[in-house]
Design a protein around this ligand. Sequence first.
Ligand code: GLU
Length: 469
Amino acid sequence: MTVVTRFAPSPTGYLHVGGARTALYSWLYAKNKGGDFVLRIEDTDIERSTKEAKDAILEGMRWLGLEWQQGPFYQTERFDRYKELIQQLLDEGKAYKCFMPAEELDAIREEQKARGEKPRYPGTWRDRTDHPADQPFVIRFKNPLTGTVVINDHIRGKIEISNEELDDLIIQRSDGAPTYNFCVVVDDWDMGITHVVRGEDHINNTPRQINIASALGAPIPEYGHVSMILGDDGKKLSKRHGAVSVMQYRDDGFLPQALLNYLVRLGWSHGDQEIFSVDEMIELFKLEDVSPSASAFNTEKLIWLNQHYIKSLPSNVVAEHCAWHFEQLNIDTSNGPDLSQVIEVQADRVKTLKELAEISQYFYRDFDELDEKAAKKHLRPVAKEPLSLVRDKLDAITDWKPETIQEAINNTAEELEVGMGKVGMPLRVAATGSGNSPSLDVTLNLLEKVKIVQRIDKALIYIANRENS
Ligand code: GLU
């Protein structure tokens, strides 16, 4: 049997971390089994579904690298199929038209609640044949009256629900639209889904869907219901907890590798291992190792993983993701050192790619402003002499490389009998605009000599202006 799993988001909002984790688990399960992963957009709720949300979901899935082998399928394109099967259930007496006006049902529910009972449709039209003409109706599924539905959930173990607790579900609304629970069953069947991995908020739907599948003669998929994610305050993760849209993490400078690693560990473990490449996740992932309890989001850990991946992934891979952040700053990275080299020298100094781009601007464009504190401290009149001398020594270099650059700095300090810092710090501020940068030899080496000389000249003017004011 080929395993086929799916992710079936409703396009009513962006892809949030909870959805992304469910998608990841579903994807990993399929990959682990050498199976297929299906993407299905559940857009039957036309009023709440938007194109923006659909695009945002696809963008999030692509950014995470959760590629799908089939789809994306859209439920709105499958209405004929749902209709056909609803008719089949009607013809077979497994579904029926219910003409109960909404107000009457509301009143019944109120009475049930007043008696302390669970509100449910009492099956009034289940066996009636006196159908009124020209009256609106819904179509209900004839849920079995007796017996139990057993789910051997891969994550939560055995779950049993008595059919007596389930009422006759609406499968077609009065406007003719099929409902969510029905469409899911048809889709899972038609798309050959063998394993449904989804949020625990769907547990209540599962026995109903199993009954509908049985009535249709469809095979029953296996299930794994994933727990929710809580914020660091123990409450259900929501917008209040900051960035919950997957793309917000990209915007904030996280690598998809870090987010995937973070999400896989959020509710799944393999011993006490923390770092997993995607290949390792695929190899080791088991639904049975997913925790049935809720997991708490921990931003600190995500940041730690992000740092880890910025430092340890090949710099060209990090560069691919970082390029986007330079674009956001309107920086053309083709105009300067190879981005991978910049990543190599900066990786140890940042927590996010956004930060990396921000502190690396001087590699790609000149700056008019100097960091005020650093300039005040290091571009003082006493810096004039070392800066002028090192400028000339740098300018005289014919073979521009870290060693010759370092030599120019060392020689300047020696000749003037000053400490290295007295040369290095003014030079650093002049060349990068700030008091923080990787070591000067490699930093300067990534820039062109003429640029460095120009920047030193500008710094000398700054010092001169300071002297005169
Ligand atoms: N469309 C549902 C949702 O977004 C998921 C349905 C399912 O996975 O069965 O919550």
